[in-house]
Design a binder for this molecule. Structure first.
Ligand code: FES
Ligand SMILES: [Fe+2]
Length: 414
């Protein structure tokens, strides 16, 4: 996403933007206006949320005929599952006079895509089936010329990504290096059994920044600190448009839950390190993936305005557990719902603080290097610059090794 800039600079003071991508240790947070100014929000929609963005788990669109529309930085997108099982994305605009095909945010199930205005009807593959009325008498009217505009869409390990601008380049480049972090968990085989929606009174970046550090954990997450040491783990330095890092589980904890026990089973095929850690990944700009030994939690962010963000959080488990009669996912869901709400309260308070004209961008602590990775990359995008790969000494994703002394556990005990 940050690599498909369209050449316009964000409407922000250049000295404050430069301070945000200065070297780690000397840099400052993003300018206050980046969090509160609708003009910056509009710039981000056009320059960031018009590239590869995540639309959630593909399970939601599994059945043939499912049609759902979502707003992106490059207009409405209509996702359609075809009879052939293919998920396609189209611009959500009729080829007749531009009516939306499906209202934004609505999901429907039909054999065809029917425009509500004059009933032009398209097949699920986007080709025009029928234009009612006098069109059959119009000489040279060629239906093949009026199919829906198709957009790039990818289903990757169970998540759906779309590039509504068509200018973001190959998804493989966007997610370069992420495959090896995620692959062992095989999220595409997991089954979502719970999902929560939250509408937060905060800018989307405040949520990502909060997700990238545990400096705040001793202050606001007593339950989390009992099962995962807040200063454990390392951040990765990815090749693609993502970032992430892991944290250890406490010796007596099998997973993230209130008492550290798991109500499920370990995901098959994980290595010793994956069984003793939780990996936290931000797939830019709007997907947060939390990889646990026994479940995968997903946050999908959808900015609504400069100071409002819709967040969907879902939990997916191995099929054998998800389909077990009476399976209760609350050990994971309740833990993270509590933790989410602690985070949301902090994020909303940050947003209220940033409405003050006296808010001055502050420095980052040494353990906020993950925040720096995000902030500096956004700042470079604001300034029309590419990535600075030498910005911070860190580990390459291929160097991931088990934490020293991390105990190996029997999968059956998780
Ligand atoms: S605008 Fe869609 S049928 Fe007329
Ligand atoms: Fe937190």
């Amino acid at each position: 996403m940050f690599n498909q800039l369209r050449g316009t600079l964000a409407p922000l003071p250049s000295d404050e933007v430069a301070a945000a991508h200065a070297a780690f240790g000397t840099s400052r947070m993003l300018p206050r206006l980046a969090y509160v100014d609708p003009a910056v929000y509009d710039w981000e929609q056009a320059n960031i949320f018009s590239g590869w963005v995540c639309l959630g788990r593909g399970e939601k669109f599994a059945e043939a005929g499912t049609q759902t529309s979502v707003e992106t930085g490059a207009g409405g997108v209509l996702l359609v599952r075809g009879d052939d099982g293919e998920l396609r994305a189209f611009a959500n605009v009729c080829r007749h006079r531009g009516h939306e095909l499906v209202p934004c945010g609505v999901t429907t199930m039909k054999k065809n895509i029917v425009c509500p205005y004059h009933a032009w009807t398209y097949k699920l593959d986007g080709t025009l089936r029928n234009a009612p009325g006098g069109f059959r008498d119009v000489e040279d009217f060629d239906k093949t010329q009026f199919g829906l505009v198709e957009l790039n869409v990818v289903e990757w390990h169970g998540w759906v990504f779309v590039d509504p601008s068509g200018e973001s380049g190959p998804f493989e480049d966007h997610a370069a290096g992420l495959e090896q972090v995620v692959a062992n968990y095989r999220p595409e085989n997991l089954v979502t059994v719970a999902s929560h929606s939250y509408t937060l009174e905060t800018n989307w970046k405040v949520i990502v920044e909060n997700y990238q550090e545990c400096y705040h954990c001793p202050s606001i997450h007593p339950e989390l600190c009992r099962v995962s040491p807040p200063q454990s783990g390392e951040n990765l330095e990815p090749d693609g448009e993502w970032m992430g890092g892991w944290m250890d589980l406490e010796a007596n904890a099998a997973t993230m839950s209130l008492d550290g026990t798991s109500g499920g089973v370990a995901i098959e095929g994980l290595n010793d390190m994956e069984l003793r850690t939780v990996m936290y990944v931000v797939a830019f700009p709007n997907l947060l993936i939390s990889l646990h030994p026994d479940y995968v939690m997903t946050h999908t962010l959808r900015p609504i305005s400069a100071d409002k963000t819709f967040v969907e959080c879902s939990w997916a488990f191995p099929r054998e557990v998800a389909e077990r009669p009476g399976f209760d996912p609350s050990y994971a869901v309740d833990f993270w719902d509590l933790t989410n709400r602690q985070d949301w309260a902090a994020c909303e308070s940050v947003q209220r603080g940033l409405t003050s004209p006296h808010a001055i961008p502050g420095p980052m602590a040494p353990e906020e290097d993950g925040v720096y990775q995000f902030v500096s990359r956004v700042a470079r995008a604001y300034a029309g610059l590419g990535r600075a790969d030498d910005a911070r000494p860190s580990m390459k994703s291929e160097d991931v090794v088990p934490a020293e002394g991390a105990p190996a556990v029997d999968e059956a005990t998780v």
